[in-house]
Design a binder for this molecule. Structure first.
Ligand SMILES: [Zn+2]
Length: 422
């Protein structure tokens, strides 16, 4: 047994998200019954070794006995503790903001009207291309600090506001800088297939070939995943298949922006290609969701986006109760359709608009969110041998954290056993 460097002591309620089995803990919880397991322990403590990994976890009295005179004890005074949150879908690195679009949208302007008025995704592409590395870095760092204040310790970050190689590489380089300097786990996704610039609609096939050629470069510079916005008016299912098959040949793992506005077979495509996750899914068909469950694709719901766009949310209850899917939640943090780093609000919206229970919401934000970025074996569960990434709350219960909404109840955040916030 390694020396105990830190003792997180006197935990009133601990949700470990663990079943106790190492093998089971390396996968998402799929379906309603599984997603209600939170691995609750009362009067608990966590012993952390000098490398920031959990040496032991259990009842306070047993764990305390492992400490020695040099152990640093953190008395959390009966607090609720859970694993650090994983945000598995963000557009973290981008330039500018898009608040001017909201009055237009509320006055009834559609997506194309806003695009014509100089807004929409191409406004962010323009602002991102025009921003230098330092500007993008400062903006994304500020966003990460906000995310951290809500308990987030791992983030997926997509490119997709470059739409040309150099600007896409710039987004990746910023995320790589953040990964080197800030206490987060980063997973990067290449999304050059996020939109088709209007000037490229005439040579659409050529643009798609350019995307295919960008992927190996972006992969070699840190993008582990490739993603495509498969949507009516953006990339067709056939184009998505073509791009993602190329990504797979390059050795990249797959994600999809699937069936957000119109049902166009995105969920089915994710299952067919063996994607790690399919995200949005507001209009996904029953059959598509069944197929995803069979293929082990994680369904990532983005309740902040459906809320901000005032759309009917994803059918999370059907996903869990009928299809038996593993459901995760993500912020979709981006300047157009989900401009908020408040992951607590994302979780509250999962409770209120997706109809998930507090237990399901916490599973979706930890263990299943880790599976959505292919980190189920490392993140989202507190058990011996795992990193001590955890959140300590000032709240009488987990349900209180979600229902007393819009503010942070996070007292402190630990990454690899070190306090990084609070
Ligand atoms: Zn997105």
């Amino acid at each position: 047994m390694k020396r105990i460097a830190t003792l997180i002591d006197n935990i009133g309620l601990l949700w470990t998200m663990s079943t106790g089995s190492e093998q089971q803990d390396a996968a998402a919880f799929a379906g309603r019954e599984a997603m209600r397991q939170v691995g609750a322990l009362e009067n608990a403590a966590i012993a952390v070794d000098g490398d920031g990994y959990i040496a032991a976890i259990g009842k306070t009295r047993e764990i305390r006995a492992m400490a020695d005179a040099d152990t640093h004890t953190v008395d959390v005074q009966g607090a609720f503790v859970c694993p650090g949150f994983v945000d598995p879908h963000t557009h973290l690195v981008h330039g500018g903001s898009r608040e001017k679009e909201l009055p237009l949208r509320l006055a009834g302007a559609g997506y194309l009207d806003i695009l014509r008025a100089g807004g929409g995704i191409m406004k962010t592409v323009h602002d991102t291309r025009a921003s230098d590395h330092a500007t993008l870095l400062a903006k994304a760092s500020a966003s990460l600090r906000r995310m951290q204040s809500f308990g987030v310790t791992a983030v997926e970050a997509k490119t997709g506001y470059g739409l040309e190689l150099e600007a896409e590489r710039k987004q990746l380089a910023v995320a790589n800088s953040l990964a080197r300097t800030l206490p987060f786990t980063f997973v990067q996704t290449a999304l050059p297939a996020h939109a088709i610039p209007s000037a490229r609609l005439a040579d659409r096939d050529q643009f798609i070939e350019e995307i295919v050629h960008m992927l190996p470069v972006l992969h070699s510079e840190g993008a582990e995943f490739a993603d495509v916005f498969v949507e009516e008016g953006v990339f067709t299912t056939a184009e998505g298949r073509y791009i993602l098959q190329a990504a797979k040949r390059t050795g990249m793992k797959l994600k999809l922006h699937a069936d957000e506005m119109a049902s166009c077979g995105g969920a089915e495509l994710a299952a067919e290609l063996g994607a790690v996750s399919a995200d949005h899914l507001l209009t996904a068909s029953d059959e598509g969701l069944w197929k995803m469950a069979q293929a082990g694709v994680v369904a990532v719901c983005l309740p902040g986006t459906s809320f901000y766009l005032q759309k009917r949310p994803a059918r999370a209850r059907f996903m869990m109760d009928e299809a038996g899917l593993a459901v995760a939640v993500a912020s979709d943090y981006n300047p157009g359709s989900s401009p908020s780093e408040n992951f607590g609000l994302t979780m509250t919206l999962a409770l209120l608009t997706l109809g998930m229970s507090p237990e399901e919401v916490f599973v979706a934000a930890t263990r299943n969110a880790a599976a959505a970025i292919d980190r189920a074996g490392e993140l989202g569960v507190l058990r011996a041998g795992r990193r001590a990434d955890l959140v300590i709350f000032d709240a009488p219960s987990p349900a209180y954290v979600l229902t007393h909404y819009g503010v942070s109840h996070v007292r402190s955040v630990y990454v690899k056993g070190q306090r990084v916030y609070g």
